[in-house]
Design a protein around this ligand. Structure first.
Ligand SMILES: *Cc1c(COP(=O)(O)O)cnc(C)c1O
Ligand SMILES: [Zn+2]
Length: 419
């Protein structure tokens, strides 16, 4: 059997629903639905070794993913990104065992490919042909690409100041893009107002059950890449929270399969000072988060003022003994260059936020130098050229002193790079 999906279960009231109907949130209480699987049967049918021998990619975990028939899988080669040891960056921030899960290598340059790839494949299997979705940027790019690949029509509502590359990708992939002079929450309200009349399936973060299933593969891969011994801490840039929630669910399922033990990483949520609803709620001891007013940060992917899965994120942080903290946009800019120079990895601002967060926690002694810390670079820095300026001289090759000019600069650059 390709998938061992059984039904959907409400994360709050526990009501169970037929998984072969198109669903958004729980009809009874409005909260998030989780996909459930016959894990006892998976345990009998599958081993870690069989999965290891399959061709690379997210769908080698298909028993634990929601698509029932392989013909409905819409793939662009997502998943199986490297877990890179980062000794040089580790040395700079005080860790002896730092790794980076490099999600920038996914199709459309971010890990949104996993969640959207799973959700759109399952939606098409259930007969959906048109999708509406608000996006801070990367989810829109992924939706546009997978919709094109699968022959579906996508409508993407994005803040007008979302990264230009995300806007371009939607356009190039043939999605209908609407730019909203506001935040992702404003875009979401527009989608929800239009969707019922237009017959769009609303694919907003955690407002349907399957994007989290795609993001779950982050946790499955990580467990395998760590030799089935989970790291000490996961540092995750948190927006809508599908990744943190998806990984937490993955670990639970892996334990039920007997593939890992009960040990869990500290789940650490990093947000930007200008938009930190989860951090605020965590510090106040609350089990849900109120909406953040006037959200601003250069890290578009975590500019999410309200998350429907807030209670699930806060739960995972607390149950794991993790924490939540903010970093500034200046920290993000500095760590982008620090991480780039140290490891040759072009961090997205969200990924750079995890570097800043880990540095602070190592300095405070919340994280220890010898525990394995995994940072998530959730996207490629290549998506965000507008955030950075090039540090380079210009030389006129026709000037009589062109060679001297160049030499002076070269010497200057060499002198400064020692610092
Ligand atoms: C969407 C996004 C995030 C936030 O992910 P969630 O799982 O929704 O919290 C982080 N980084 C990047 C690059 C993103 O696109
Ligand atoms: Zn419910």
């Amino acid at each position: 059997m390709y998938s061992f999906l059984t039904d959907l279960e409400c994360t709050t009231c526990g009501t169970r629903y037929d998984a072969d109907r198109i669903m958004n949130v729980c009809p009874a209480c409005g909260k998030v639905l989780y996909a459930r699987y016959d894990l006892a049967a998976v345990k009998r049918a599958l081993t870690r070794e069989v999965i290891a021998q399959r061709p690379r990619g997210m769908w080698r975990w298909h028993e634990l993913l929601p698509v029932r028939d392989a013909v409905h899988v819409i793939s662009l080669g997502e998943g199986d990104t490297p877990l890179l040891p980062a000794p040089h960056l580790g040395e700079r921030i005080g860790s002896k065992r730092l790794s980076i899960k490099e999600e920038g290598l996914n199709p459309t340059g971010s890990f949104k490919a996993r969640g959207i790839g799973a959700a759109i494949s399952r939606a098409r299997e259930l007969g959906v042909r048109t999708i509406g979705m608000p996006s801070a940027g990367n989810a829109g790019s992924a939706l546009a690409a997978y919709a094109a690949r699968g022959g579906l029509q996508a409508y993407v509502f994005m803040p007008s100041d979302a990264p230009l590359m995300n806007q371009l990708e939607c356009d190039v992939f043939g999605a209908r893009l609407v730019l909203v002079d506001g935040l992702i929450s404003d875009a979401g309200r527009l989608v929800r107002a239009l969707a019922p009349d237009r017959g769009w399936f609303d694919m907003s973060t955690l407002r349907e059950p399957y994007r989290a299933e795609g993001k779950k593969t982050l946790g499955l891969e990580l467990a395998e890449q760590c030799g089935w011994e989970l790291p000490g801490a996961i540092v995750y840039p948190t927006g809508g929270g599908t990744g943190i929630v998806g990984m937490w669910k993955a670990f639970d399922e892996l334990e039920q399969l007997g593939w890992i033990g009960s040990k869990r990483p500290k789940m650490i949520s990093v947000q930007a000072e200008g938009c930190a609803p989860i951090v605020r709620a965590y510090r106040a001891g609350q089990s849900s988060a109120s909406a953040w007013e006037g959200a601003t940060t250069s890290a578009a992917g975590i500019r999410v003022p309200a998350a429907i899965g807030d209670y699930l994120i806060l739960d995972a942080i607390r149950a794991s003994g993790g924490t939540a903290l903010t970093v500034s946009d200046d920290d993000i800019a500095r760590e982008t260059r620090e991480g780039g120079r140290a490891e040759g990895i072009f961090f997205a601002p969200e990924g750079a936020a995890t570097v800043a967060g880990a540095r602070a926690l190592l300095a405070q002694g919340v994280l220890q130098p010898d525990e394995h810390v995994v940072l998530f670079n959730t996207g490629s820095g290549l998506i965000y050229p507008e955030l950075l300026k090039v540090n380079a001289p210009r030389v006129d090759p026709h000037a009589s002193d062109a060679v001297d000019q160049a030499a002076r600069w070269v010497d200057g650059i060499e002198a400064s790079s020692v610092l």
